[in-house]
Design a protein. Sequence first.
Length: 262
Amino acid sequence: MKTIRTIAELRRELEGEVEVGLVPTMGALHDGHRSLFRAAREENNLVVASLFVNPAQFDQAADLAAYPRDEDADARVAGECGVDILFAPAGDELYPPGFGTWVDVEDAGAEGASRPGHFRGVATVCVKLFGIVRPVRAYFGQKDAQQAVVVRKLVRDLNLDVHVRVLPTVRDADGLALSSRNVRLDAAERATALALPRALARGREAYAGGGDAVAAARSSLNGLTPDYVEIVELDDVTILASAVRIGDIRLIDNVILKGDLS
């Protein structure tokens, strides 16, 4: 695997490649990322993973500062999963001095309302990465379902020639969705966090029985402070999504109510 830090070098490396898969990441890689890398490896001639903690999508400086970073460990994970190129630019490589062009996606749901400016940062960096790498396919996880909605919207609205693949959420044995932020949970907080997947499961059960999925999930968030619980439409898939807080740690998760992402 080759690590590349500049746009110019990456473009030279990709010259002539006709089937490239892109996995955008912010590092702190886990088994959820591994599933994306492996899918990209199976479906493309060459796989690029970006490693960039995007400051534009953080609405709080403290959250950005606390985000875990370990490039050496991330490089080992990516290499083991068959990634060909790790694109790890510095901040001013993607946002040079004087940068002032942003991509805004309207109707970004409860996640967008809860984190003003977040999806502007996500959309902008994705458009930049798509333009730099020119992938045939780009890979995202279902855990970030509303992010997938935003990315698919911008691809449609801007007529970008990339297929957005959304893969199922990967969970630990106890049911907690894998997240880079999980490492910040102590034992007691992690036990409390398990109420989130359980609440979403209750919501799914209610929906299957003709009940109110949102109300059932909200009533089961024991010990958690919800930012929101809402139903999200991702193409022809209906998803129950929630964001909660445990102290200063924010976790998101969702379950499919109707349809199939595969």
